[in-house]
Design a protein around this ligand. Structure first.
Ligand code: CU
Length: 480
């Protein structure tokens, strides 16, 4: 539970030190002597998900109810998390803000006095929540208190401009509980090949956890099944997939899934907004063959993606894909942290950098070193290697290339009917994928890169280790 009084700086500033607040805000004036008709108005709100939107609901079931008050009234708002995720309650113009609350913290309260008439917006300042429905109106009637008739406030403009991160989180050391979240690129489900369509049941869990981003650097990842990318799914065109998404009871956020292989229901995002400790199920038919990205589709969507919530589903064509010797699963993502690339300690996400598309990290399989130290791709001379490569993003295109090799085949944009041959570098869009194949003729360490090469220094590099005897005449150091 909150220590309510002690943990309410906004509240304290508002009521206890109202005179110190900036001029022109409704809270700026010294609290007037209560008018004869002034009242303490109690408002109780609960958060919830209604029709796929996040909202505040009062005890009568009214969604985002308008709060009516008169100048001079003191308003006490009590809020709790009905569905369990983390939220707050903010009115910028009045400098009203509760601490973040969730199922784990219990209810929060804020008390303030209104001194200016007008309409003020209350909302949740957790990124994305206002946009998906968490906003309502406080309507204050009456005449302004004389002392409050000051210059108009620019508080709401300031709040709108300071989009996300008001101040960086305090520096702290790497999280000692952090685990590796990097998906093993060799963890590819077996080929399906020629069989009749079937029904498959798939269960996935969204988990928020501390993960290793780099040596000495940790990050709070949001994941599907505790790994980045989430598990590779594999189906055959015509298969019906019953997909259940569970959100860990320890989550602070609602999560969901939008699979680009799904027709209808926002790819599943419309019907899988899952609160902590809950689960939801969708059923879809895989109508189109190809390799498709899936990702979390809960606002702020790029925030959830940048934290690691993406993966891929392969939908094989009727006859399956041609057989190859090895298959690998690799995804690229861009990440945004409050302190620069290389900083040691626990990094927090920076949503302003994300909004401005200025990543600190570019990663393959979720972390720096995921495919150079934790897991390397392996092959033997003479084998054909297929890489299922996708970009979770959220923002950056990849110019996918393997140093010292040529893609013998590229299924460009993962469209299975368009095989290009002898390609050096292939573009992959955020939320897009490609399938490349290369036959390896010579031993060595081949580097997987995004050929926007500054990004290799920020994490986007992997190794394909090829062993065996080189085919004669293909390559040697020095003269004939
Ligand atoms: Cu999510």
């Amino acid at each position: 539970m909150f220590a309510l009084g002690a943990s309410m700086p906004a509240h304290a500033q508002h009521t206890g030190h109202a005179a110190a607040a900036p001029a022109g805000t409704a809270s700026a004036a010294p609290a007037p002597a209560p008018a004869a008709n002034a009242a303490v108005k109690k408002v109780v709100l609960h958060t919830n998900i209604v029709d796929g939107k996040m909202v505040y609901v009062d005890d009568k079931g009214q969604v985002n109810p308008t709060i009516d008050a008169r100048v001079g009234d003191t308003i006490e708002v009590q809020v709790d998390s009905g569905e369990g995720a983390e939220h707050d309650f903010v009115i910028d113009e009045l400098k009203v803000k509760t601490p973040r609350f969730s199922a784990g913290t219990g209810k929060a309260k804020v008390r303030f006095t209104v001194t200016t008439p007008g309409e003020f917006t209350y909302y949740c300042s957790v990124p994305g929540h206002r946009q998906i429905g968490m906003a309502g109106t406080l309507r204050v009637a009456g005449a302004a208190a004389a002392s409050a008739a000051a210059a108009p406030s620019n508080a709401s403009t300031d709040a709108a401009l300071a989009l996300y991160t008001p101040a960086p989180a305090p520096l702290r050391g790497p999280d000692p509980t952090a685990v590796s979240v990097s998906a093993d690129p060799a963890s590819v489900p077996p080929a399906i090949g020629a069989r009749a369509p079937q029904t498959q049941k798939v269960r996935m869990e969204t988990v928020e956890l501390a993960g290793k981003l780099d040596d000495g650097t940790t990050f709070t990842y949001w994941t599907f099944n505790r790994q980045v990318p989430g598990p590779m799914l594999r189906a055959r065109v015509g298969d019906t997939v019953e997909l259940t998404l569970a959100n860990s009871k320890d989550s602070k956020a609602i999560h969901s899934i939008d699979l680009h292989a799904v027709t209808g229901g926002h790819g599943g995002g419309e019907h899988t907004q899952v609160a902590p400790g809950q689960e939801k199920t969708i059923t879809f038919k895989a109508l189109n063959p190809g390799l498709f990205v899936y990702h979390c589709a809960t606002p702020l969507v790029p925030q959830h993606i940048a934290a690691g919530m993406y993966g891929m589903i392969l939908v094989e064509p009727e006859a399956g894909l041609p057989k190859v010797d090895r298959e690998y699963y690799v995804m690229q993502g861009d990440m945004y942290t409050q302190r620069p690339n290389g900083a040691k300690g626990h990094q927090e996400p920076d949503l302003d950098k994300m909004s401005n598309e200025l990543p600190d990290y570019y990663v393959f399989n979720g972390a720096v070193g995921a495919l150079t130290k934790t897991h390397k791709l392996q092959a033997k001379v003479g084998e054909t290697v297929r890489i299922y490569f996708g970009v979770g993003g959220p923002n950056k295109i990849s110019s996918f290339h393997v140093i010292g090799e040529i893609f013998d085949k590229v299924y460009s944009e993962a469209a299975l009917n368009t095989v290009k041959t002898n390609v050096q570098t292939t573009l992959v869009a955020p939320g897009g994928a490609t399938i490349v194949e290369l036959k390896v003729q010579h031993p060595g360490s081949y580097l997987l890169v995004d050929h926007a090469l500054s990004r290799t220094g920020k994490g986007a590099v992997g190794v394909l280790e090829v062993t065996g005897e080189g085919e004669p005449g293909v390559y040697k150091a020095g003269k004939l």
